[in-house]
Ligand binder design. Structure first.
Ligand code: HGY
Ligand code: MN
Ligand code: MN
Length: 405
């Protein structure tokens, strides 16, 4: 099997132009740019001799002809509202190159996938959540456009799947294992001057979608003691969460208040309402549950003390996963062969489709470095030689695994 890193990089460079904005990319699930990117990828898969199937969620598969055990390699090609050019895309480009090269070599059987809505326009890791059977399609269909750009649910948006390619079901039973190549999105590899990461485990996540409602009022005539200021309530809650978590958090615990919408968000109006998210991540499920419970108690306390009304909805959680030891072994041996002294084992602080697929298939991940650890940011980048080296490691691992495929 002869891979062509230059061809993979050329695919990545073209993909970047679809939805490109400056150095970043805007390709939200089922946006025009996302559908165009997936349709272009489908064309590249077809040109490679792969059978293209788009499942009802919009997950795009490139399958080798014929029957028999098959390795699945890929990630996602949708992005954050304005994300980097490599998050997900590198894994799909590697999967395409490996599937293309393996087919040209007459084996092993390798398929490529781009899962849909990994970046959660409508849910959490939506396409792989359904594909792996973690949640039923009917549940995910109800997910609204959380960006607020369109009054549309996932169930309505996914009607566009037919614009990408022929729609059909692709069962996980067709595959013997899943490899997800992905950029690290963190500072570890780049900081250590290393080029390859073999992922041991992926953290879990819990999220609250909350709203505090007070009373909008005049900023000049409303005495401070009479105000029911929702934003001041949010500020007090944020401070209380930071104080509480300082004593509860583990060494790898992270928490983010990433979305805050102030209403009416006007300089001369006492904020009447604030909608916000509180997201926690850690590898320890028990700790995640304790952190989530603490946030609710603190939010109820702030609401009661300030005469605010709290509404709280638990967002879809993601469970931590250990990745498959046999596949990790193949990746480690390949890394030792291809990048001796320049690789390490590490956990993933980012969530991935692998978090779901691990529920139905032996699953492993390989990381390429993120320069300065920057991601979910248009400045996200990786040295091209590291993108190519990661592909070489994957190819060496696929050759090692080929007798099991
Ligand atoms: O949130 C995540 O970790 C992933 O990048 N969607
Ligand atoms: Mn991401
Ligand atoms: Mn990603």
């Amino acid at each position: 099997m002869q891979i062509d890193p230059g061809r993979m990089l050329a695919d990545l460079d073209h993909l970047r132009t679809i939805g490109g904005q400056g150095t970043g990319v805007a390709r939200r699930a089922f946006s025009d740019a996302d559908v165009a990117a997936r349709a272009w990828l489908a064309g590249r898969m077809r040109a490679a001799g792969l059978e293209v199937v788009v499942d009802p969620c919009g997950n795009l598969f490139g399958l080798p002809p014929g029957e028999g055990p098959c390795l699945l390699v890929g990630s996602h090609s949708d992005t954050q509202p304005l994300g980097g050019w490599l998050d997900g895309a590198w894994g799909v480009a590697c999967g395409l190159e490996l599937a293309r090269a393996a087919l040209a070599a007459g084996g092993p059987r390798v398929a490529v996938v781009s899962f849909q809505d990994e970046e959660g326009r409508f849910g959490r890791l939506t396409g792989s959540t359904v594909w792996a059977g973690v949640q039923p399609l009917a549940v995910m269909d109800a997910g609204p456009d959380r960006d607020g750009t369109e009054d549309i649910t996932f169930g309505q948006a996914r009607a566009r799947a037919a614009e990408i390619g022929p729609v059909g079901e692709v069962s996980p039973d067709r595959f013997v294992a899943f490899l997800e190549p992905h950029i690290e999105q963190g500072p570890v590899l780049d900081g250590a001057g290393e080029a390859v990461g073999v992922v041991e485990a992926i953290v879990g996540s819990r999220q609250w979608n909350m709203r505090l409602e007070g009373e909008a009022n005049h900023a000049g005539t409303t005495p401070m003691a009479l105000r029911r200021d929702a934003l001041q309530g949010f500020v007090a809650l944020a401070a209380a969460v930071n104080d509480a978590f300082a004593g509860m958090a583990g060494p790898a615990t992270v928490w983010t208040l990433g979305r805050v919408v102030v209403e009416p968000n006007a300089p001369s109006v006492v904020p009447g309402a604030v909608s916000f998210t509180v997201q926690m991540r850690d590898g320890d499920v028990g700790l995640l549950e304790r952190l989530a419970a603490r946030v609710l108690v603190l939010a109820e306390g702030v609401a009661a003390a300030r005469g605010l009304v709290l509404s709280a909805e638990e967002g879809m959680g993601v469970e931590p996963v250990m990745l498959d030891a046999r596949l990790r072994g193949a990746l480690e041996q390949a890394a030792g062969e291809v990048a001796p002294g320049r690789w390490r084992r590490l956990p993933s602080g980012a969530l991935h489709d692998a978090s779901n697929v691990a529920a139905v298939l032996p699953t492993a991940m390989l990381f390429a470095p993120s320069i300065r650890g920057i991601s979910h940011n248009p400045a996200e980048d990786t040295r091209r030689e590291d993108l190519a080296l990661g592909l070489e490691v994957l190819a060496a691992a696929v050759r090692r695994l080929s007798n099991a495929i």
